[in-house]
Design a protein around this ligand. Structure first.
Ligand SMILES: NC(=O)c1ccc[n+]([C@@H]2O[C@H](COP(=O)([O-])OP(=O)(O)OC[C@H]3O[C@@H](n4cnc5c(N)ncnc54)[C@H](O)[C@@H]3O)[C@@H](O)[C@H]2O)c1
Length: 437
């Protein structure tokens, strides 16, 4: 692929639409507002804090990413979305219990004005939620058309020049790719026939992509990970990315596992368990939603450790992931890992990781970065799957002939090299032989 012809400048306002306005979404919006008002710092956001080295190490050029590429400014972001509960974003943020009273008080007027539109929601797909703030329609197709109207209406009312959709809704039941997902035509027929393989998240994806709006999928649901939507993304010149925000325990896995492999240390097993008590935890308490999450979390080690290349080191790993809904913890999850590794001559060792993390605090900067980078990709004419954004996902989407890259450090290099490539800078290989000639 040639370098994108030209990156259109970010003119006008950028609207962020989120299906699902719960813990992650409200923490993201509140955070952006606090940062805009100088009340907090955007910690964890690569687009806001990261730098990028350009040229040789001796050149001393390391601008901020947001100064190197033309990203939308935070002051130009506006927010909207849908939820199956009618709470405004202040009420939702209060119930989510992520931010403390001091931060919530500062953003109360701002968040109170953000009210969700009615959701395309079906309890069949998220069994543990009983939302009543929902759209009515005879078929799934009718609902998808209503979402398209919402998108157009939001764009007009909020006077945005561009939009990005970021799915921050619940994890749906486990679905696999079906024949009805194979082409755009079959997909439309299936929506009209209320086919069970069409989940609500796919209706938002279809509506966004056919409206020319890029889509990021923060949950492990299939959503945009099906041929029909991917083909539509190419036809409508829309950028898509997914899936499942890489936070908490999986983030730790993709930091640690590449290190063990780099040093050729073997592994017998990795046992991960979590306790969490937010609405996400409640949804994941249902086995069919947990199965979707489990699949997303399990792939990571297999791809990083490559047991087919290193059968002696990684051929017999016991990898288990458990999520336990435990209300007293709220959003402050505890992720506990026991890793059984072995070293020189096969001697066993153990590593214990106890991560007292805050899920939505880790997810919010990911939403921000994805919104800004998808908008950049869109303005650069990059369409279809944006694999260079794998850095942000537990289950990165990629072309069918490829395997997903899970190693956080390779993902970061790929992301930064893509930015260099977009701007016509030399790619960085870390070779450096020229210093010793
Ligand atoms: N918190 C994290 O760190 C993290 C990390 C990775 C992925 N995720 C995923 O992000 C998603 C959001 O997480 P959260 O903690 O904000 O959960 P949450 O339960 O607080 O919010 C999700 C919201 O989505 C709404 N919803 C469900 N189905 C919907 C539909 N069809 N249309 C509109 N709204 C719908 C729910 O009513 C709920 O308010 C979940 O799928 C979660 O698995 C979260």
């Amino acid at each position: 692929m040639e370098k994108p012809a030209k990156i259109a400048p970010p003119k006008g306002r950028l609207g962020v639409l989120m299906p699902g306005m719960g813990a992650v979404s409200t923490t993201f919006m509140a955070g952006v507002e606090l940062v805009r008002r100088g009340k907090a710092k955007p910690i964890g956001s690569l687009t806001q804090l990261g730098t990028i080295r350009l040229g040789k190490r001796t050149d001393g050029r390391s601008p901020l990413i947001k100064e190197f590429v033309a990203l939308e400014r935070l002051s130009n972001l506006v927010f909207g979305g849908w939820d199956a509960f009618p709470d405004n974003s202040y009420e939702a943020a209060t119930k989510a219990g992520v931010l403390d009273a001091h931060h919530l008080a500062l953003v109360k007027p701002f968040l109170s004005k953000i009210r969700p539109m009615r959701a395309a929601f079906d309890r069949e797909y998220v069994k543990n939620l009983n939302g009543k703030h929902i759209k009515k329609g005879k078929t799934k197709y009718d609902l998808a058309l209503q979402i398209k109207e919402d998108i157009a209406e939001f764009k007009k009312k909020s006077r945005c020049s561009r939009l990005v959709t970021a799915w921050c809704g619940s994890t749906e039941i486990y679905l696999t790719v079906d024949e009805v997902h194979s082409t755009p035509e079959k997909f439309v027929e299936a929506m009209k026939a209320n086919h069970p393989a069409i989940a609500p998240s796919m209706l938002y994806a279809w509506a966004s992509v056919t409206s020319g709006v890029p889509f990021a999928n923060g949950a492990p649901n299939l959503t945009v990970d099906i041929p029909a939507i991917q083909q539509l993304a190419l036809e409508h010149n829309v950028a898509i990315a997914g899936k499942d925000f890489k936070t908490g325990q999986t983030l730790m896995k993709t930091i640690l596992a590449p290190g063990f492999k780099a040093r050729m240390l073997g592994m017998d097993g990795w046992f991960s368990t979590n306790i969490l008590g937010n609405r996400d935890g409640e949804v994941l308490d249902d086995p069919s939603s947990f199965k979707t999450k489990e699949e997303s979390k399990l792939g990571v080690l297999e791809y990083i450790l490559q047991p087919h290349l290193y059968p002696m080191l990684y051929g017999k790993i016991h990898h288990k992931v458990r999520i336990n809904y435990y209300p007293p913890r709220g959003d402050n999850k505890e992720g506990w890992d026991n890793i059984d590794i072995f070293g020189w001559l096969g001697y066993p060792m153990q590593i214990k990781v106890d991560f007292l993390c805050r899920d939505s605090i880790l997810a919010a900067p990911i939403v921000l970065d994805l919104v800004l980078l998808l908008d950049l990709a869109q303005r650069a004419g990059m369409r279809g799957i944006q694999e260079w954004l794998s850095f942000y996902f537990k289950s990165p989407m990629c072309a069918p002939q490829l395997y997903p890259e899970h190693d956080l450090f390779i993902q970061l290099m790929k992301l930064k090299n893509t930015l260099r490539w977009m701007m016509g800078e030399d790619l960085i290989t870390h070779l450096g032989q020229e210093y010793y000639d």
